[in-house]
Design a protein around this ligand. Structure first.
Ligand code: SF4
Length: 413
């Protein structure tokens, strides 16, 4: 609609320009419209990571972007004419961001806030999921560098955009900018070289300055540094940690009575007595054969005496030859915890193991994450599909052998 009104204003301006004094009138109206547009920006609510906190601070009472005419942040793209990209843009979100941009009525503007949005920031190297610059997917009007930029920097960016909008009219009409589809640049190597040259120059200048000082002050003796004596402070009284819940050795004993195949990680022949000697700080870390995995987890959950009713984490480690599925359980009441690790052999399609999502509801998402990142399938899982990455993402990025030169730039050191 706004686009149509721009066309109408353009046509009206053309007609008015033919009348005596009409050109001045049309230009005045244009200036008025541009001034109004620049000072009544309606930003879309869009913040994806830490930069968004700074953006929120910019809108809050201390800084208050309403003073700059940027007000009424909208929850709908159809009511917004500015999108401030505050935070990391990931590939999965890229499509939705383009949709939001397309839904905004024209004339519309984009501010890229922070280094993540501008270039991928700290995720430029070794990242399989971060878009290396928002201007690859939507046209950006203003870039605000920083990690994160302060509210003052965002204000400056907004003011730059306002200056740009105020110049728009018949002679400089609003138009959708170009996408910057530049190839990946290895900025690190270039900057490293530049800095090395500067450092060399600085060292040389310093050496020359030192020589000159020595020539001009032959009797100069540098003052001896005064060394402060280290204060002797009394050591604070430490409380001995009290063991809560079931002790490691007792838990191991109970488990080994039912499942003698279970061993302790890194201490395969350890007896419960030897585990007791490892102290209360030791986290019990057990190795479970794959065929007993589900049965052991079920036992730990159902056995009232053990009370391991909470799943803290389920994750995976890729050891190249095989995967370890790692489960971390906690007894909320007793406070004792246990790690379980289960070795899963790799097959052509990744690896496969039984689900425990029916035992611990939280495992459902953890297992989907492990599938997404490592390609381990959990049989009888109710919804075995990717959770973070796009459905057509090639491969599983946390596997040791994952390579994708089209999206991952290797860190040069
Ligand atoms: S630029 Fe820095 S502050 Fe902003 S989203 Fe990235 S990491 Fe966070």
């Amino acid at each position: 609609m706004a686009n149509e009104s721009s066309v109408l204003a353009h046509q009206a301006g053309k007609i008015a320009a033919k009348l005596p004094g009409g050109n001045s009138l049309a230009r005045s109206v244009e200036l008025l419209v541009a001034w109004g547009r620049a000072n009544s920006l309606w930003p879309l609510l869009y913040g994806t990571s830490c930069c968004a906190i700074e953006m929120m601070a910019t809108g809050a009472s201390r800084h208050d972007w309403a003073r700059f005419g940027v007000e009424v942040a909208r929850a709908s793209a159809r009511q917004a004419d500015l999108i401030i990209l505050a935070g990391t843009v990931v590939e999965k979100m890229a499509k939705n961001l383009i949709t939001l941009y397309e839904q905004m009525p024209a004339p519309k503007y984009v501010i890229a806030m922070g280094s993540c949005t501008i270039s991928g920031g700290p995720f430029y190297y070794d990242s399989y999921a971060v878009v290396k610059g928002a201007d690859r997917i939507v046209p950006v009007d203003v870039h605000i560098p920083g990690c994160p930029p302060r509210p003052e920097a965002l204000f400056y960016g907004i003011m730059q955009l306002q200056e740009k909008i105020k110049k728009e009219g018949r002679e400089i009409p609003w138009e959708i900018g170009e996408l910057v589809n530049s190839p990946f640049l290895d900025t690190f190597t270039a900057t490293e070289k530049e800095w090395a040259t500067l450092e060399e120059k600085k060292d040389q200048e310093m050496a020359e300055a030192r020589e000159q000082f020595k020539r001009e002050n032959p009797d100069y003796k540098p003052p001896r540094p005064i060394r402060l004596k280290k204060e002797k402070l009394p050591s604070p009284a430490r409380r001995k940690p009290t063991a809560k819940g079931i002790s490691n050795w007792s838990l191991l004993q109970t488990l080994q009575k039912k499942f003698p195949e279970i061993t302790v990680h890194d201490h395969p022949d350890a007896t419960p007595k030897q585990v007791a000697e490892l102290g209360t700080d030791y986290d019990l870390d057990l190795v479970i054969p794959k065929e007993l995995y589900r049965e052991v987890v079920q036992y730990l959950k159902d056995e009232k005496e053990l009370g391991l009713e909470m799943l803290l984490q389920l994750t995976c480690v890729d050891w190249k030859e095989y995967f370890d599925i790692v489960v971390h359980l906690l007894s909320v009441e007793g406070g004792h915890k246990v790690f379980l690790r289960c070795q899963v052999e790799k097959d052509e399609d990744g690896a496969e193991i039984e689900t425990i999502s029916d035992l611990y509801v939280g495992a459902e998402w953890h297992e989907r994450e492990v599938y997404d990142m490592f390609g381990v399938r959990f049989t009888h899982h109710p919804d075995m599909r990717r959770i973070y990455l796009k459905n057509d993402f090639p491969g599983h990025p946390l596997c040791k052998d994952f390579e994708d030169p089209t999206r991952v730039i290797k860190r040069p050191y």
